[in-house]
Design a binder for this molecule. Structure first.
Ligand code: ADP
Ligand code: MG
Length: 245
């Protein structure tokens, strides 16, 4: 089986804050076309890891490679360009601009693409149609339900066709029906080729996804992608983690 190219590679990634090590030497490879859940208790480093992968935060040690770029070698300007072209973000609290239509919230996802307003709106309308909001493109966030707002936020995140979509608790503020619709949408986007990492507290959601990465105390405690597979790269240096503590 030939593996797809890595979209994300973390090697020994550490992120220390004064008094807290949020990430403590994380190794993780995510390949093109994957859909993975990141789970773990509050404070285990999930958001920090997603922010480092999304180049919103730089590690204090280790190497981060995104879509083939070693991010340590990029200037802030180049990082912004990488984010704009290759990475979409979705957060629990939607982060939509309030006084602005769904159409323009999504069109803003293309602000740094160099496209004119008319083209940005045309693409935004097409993506809103795709997420099932074709009838609501002129609605403002206050006129939309939580689930609809999150679909607008997802449309904004993917309108630029990023290689990687990062979602931090995207269903955390939604009722279970809307949460399910959002997960169905993420599954559809993944089926169409987008690589997706989703942080979730919801065990059912995590188990429904093809891969689960379990974080604990800033480390990857378990990765289902490693199950039943010989890990030539790290087998020799891996210490058993199942010992009673
Ligand atoms: P999770 O998303 O799994 O709940 P986080 O990645 O948000 O965990 O946090 C991991 C650890 O890092 C926590 O102990 C948190 O308090 C700490 N942390 C996160 N961000 C900061 C920050 N900006 N400054 C100081 N400590 C932080
Ligand atoms: Mg978090």
């Amino acid at each position: 089986m030939s593996a797809a190219p890595a979209v994300v590679e973390l090697a020994g990634v550490t992120r220390a804050y004064p008094g807290v090590t949020a990430l403590a030497g994380v190794d993780l490879t995510v390949r093109g076309g994957e859909l993975a859940a990141i789970v773990g208790p509050s404070g285990s480093g999930k958001s920090t890891m997603l922010n480092v992968i999304g180049t919103l935060d730089r590690p204090t040690a280790g190497r981060v490679t995104i879509d083939g770029h070693d991010v340590a070698g990029l200037t802030d300007r180049q990082l912004s360009a990488l984010r704009a072209q290759s990475i979409g973000f979705v957060f629990q609290q939607f982060h939509l601009a309030e006084g602005v239509s769904a159409l323009d919230n999504v069109a803003d996802g293309l602000l740094y693409s160099g496209r004119g307003l008319k083209d940005r709106r045309r693409r935004a309308a097409a993506v809103l149609e795709r997420v099932g909001l074709g009838e609501r493109i002129h609605h403002r966030p206050a006129e939309l339900s939580g689930g609809q707002k999150q679909r607008v936020a997802i449309a904004r995140a993917v309108v630029g066709e990023p290689a990687l979509l990062l979602a931090d608790e995207p269903t955390g503020a939604l009722d279970s029906t809307s949460g399910k619709a959002v997960m169905e949408l993420l599954n559809e986007l993944n089926a169409a080729g987008t690589t997706i990492l989703v942080i979730t507290h919801d065990q059912g959601i995590a188990e429904s996804l093809p891969r689960q990465v379990v974080m604990l105390d800033g480390r990857v405690r378990h990765d289902s992608a490693a199950d039943g597979r010989v890990r030539h790269d790290s087998a020799a240096s891996t210490t058993p983690t199942e010992a009673p503590c």
